[in-house]
Design a protein around this ligand. Structure first.
Ligand code: ARG
Length: 457
């Protein structure tokens, strides 16, 4: 018999029962549900809405249920409609009719809004911890490779010299923005909706601020209809996770590319790569590929939530029950992706000589060669044209800019003297770019310090 069976003359069709039920996925909010109920029951007692003795009995009962779920002596009953009904049913079974007073001045609509907010708050902090761990790993690796010269790319063509440290510190910038986006999402999630009731609040003299304080919320929602019908915070979280995973996916794509034999800039540890069932020589970057692949499903979760909400009239509609699987999926997959990625990243080998060789062969100091002429008085466009001719000459003669003789240089312009060789050495090219945000060592060390500062905060 349903708790709401009073006005019905028939049992619900078993297919409707299964279709309607959310316990198979919302049971994971049992902690939030019970903590929320403990705060609610405490407040009901303090406000004299129920007897203090009954309030205490309810709180004790709820604590017992929480303990028994944690230690495995109580199992979730998948026949229950949802986690809220389940907890209330067990409570009433255990403490008798007093249990039936818990739902005074409350609806499942504000109850579920509370639970999902509490759940998201906890998960946001956990995800931030994982992002911080990855940031720390990036800072460590950057420190070890502050002098590892490589080429930066545009259009996937070798462009200008940077260092491996500077390169990966770009991802640190992305992840630090992700941390702050998650903070923003947290702030708007951190508002307490209980007391909104089904949609029009309640006539009981409840103390919403007490409940908020007991549960660690700094504020309460200010419109009871909004309190039960708002899922912006779920969408914001899914959106922040989509952007975070977009970054993880780009990082993964580069690791996959750089592990290919054609680049061979990186080698993954055996513990973080996989073999082929048929090709004995293979060592595949499956972890990075899966991170890239999972990104699509996180976008799908965001899409699910946006479409779920777009046509809903106020206030609560059952459609909103669909928010949970989507956000749980986004949270779970983001967490596992960062965690495994972190292990892969920490253990991978950076092949300095390969990075160096690729950097030497791609004329990535051509801009610096032109700048040399400019610094000796030539207009940039003229210098650009001369160096274009030098590069064409090098390609025809299978030479690098470093490998040209001074006579060869002087055949292109009388301005060149022996200082050209130092001017186009990759170290000079990198360390000359010492503006704020540049790849020079001092700038890179400043970037690392900024990451460490965020990790300390
Ligand atoms: N299981 C429901 C959900 O997740 C709880 C709220 C049910 N409210 C209602 N009026 N049926 O959304």
């Amino acid at each position: 018999m349903k708790m709401w069976a009073g006005r019905f003359s028939k049992d619900v069709d078993s297919r409707v029962n299964d279709f309607n039920s959310s316990i198979s996925f919302d049971h994971r909010m049992y902690r939030e549900d019970i903590r929320g109920s403990i705060a609610h029951a405490t407040m009901l007692g303090d406000c004299g809405i129920i007897d203090r003795a009954e309030s205490e009995k309810i709180v004790e009962g709820l604590k017992g249920i929480l303990a028994d779920l944690e230690n495995g002596t109580l199992e979730i009953d998948l026949a229950a409609e949802d986690i809220h009904m389940f907890v209330e049913e067990v409570l009433t079974k255990r403490i008798g009719d007093t249990g039936k007073r818990l739902h005074t001045a409350r609806s499942r609509n504000d109850q579920v809004a509370l639970d999902i907010r509490m759940y998201c708050k906890r998960e946001i902090r956990e995800i931030q911890t994982l992002v911080r761990r990855l940031l720390g790993a990036i800072a460590d690796k950057a420190e070890a490779h502050a002098d590892t010269v490589m080429s930066g790319y545009t259009h996937l063509q070798r462009a200008q010299p940077v260092t491996f440290a500077h390169y990966i510190l770009d991802y640190a910038q992305m992840l630090m923005r992700d941390l702050s986006r998650l903070d923003d999402a947290y702030r708007r999630t951190d508002v307490m909706p209980l007391g909104s009731g089904a949609l029009a609040s309640t006539t009981y003299p409840i103390d919403r601020e007490q409940v908020a304080a007991l549960l660690g919320f700094p504020a309460v929602t200010m419109n009871s209809i909004d309190g039960v019908s708002d899922r912006d915070f779920v969408i914001e979280l899914a959106s922040a996770l989509s952007i975070l995973m977009m970054h993880m996916s780009r990082f993964s794509e580069e690791i996959i590319l750089f592990c290919s034999g054609e680049f061979a800039f990186l080698e993954l540890d055996d513990a973080f790569s996989t073999g082929s069932s048929i090709m004995p020589q293979k060592k595949n970057p499956d972890v990075a590929e899966l991170v890239r692949g999972k990104t699509g499903r996180i976008y799908g979760d965001l899409q699910t939530l946006l479409v779920m909400m777009k046509g809903l009239p106020l206030a609560y509609n059952k459609d909103m029950q669909e928010d949970k699987e989507a956000i749980f999926d986004a949270i779970d997959n983001t967490k596992i992706a960062i965690e495994v990625f972190c292990g892969m990243f920490e253990t991978m080998t950076v092949k300095k000589e390969r990075l160096r060789a690729a950097a030497s062969g791609g004329f990535i100091n051509a801009t610096d060669c032109a700048d040399y002429l400019v610094k000796h008085g030539m207009p940039f466009r003229a210098a650009y044209k001369i160096v274009g001719g030098i590069v064409a000459y090098c390609i025809a003669n299978e030479k690098t800019l470093e490998g040209m003789t001074l006579e060869e240089y002087r055949s292109f312009s009388e301005i060149f003297d022996e200082t050209i060789f130092d001017a186009i050495s990759l170290e000079t090219c990198v360390n000359g770019r010492s503006v704020i945000g540049g790849p020079a060592k001092d700038s890179v060390l400043a970037q690392i310090a900024a990451v460490r500062e965020v990790l300390r905060a």
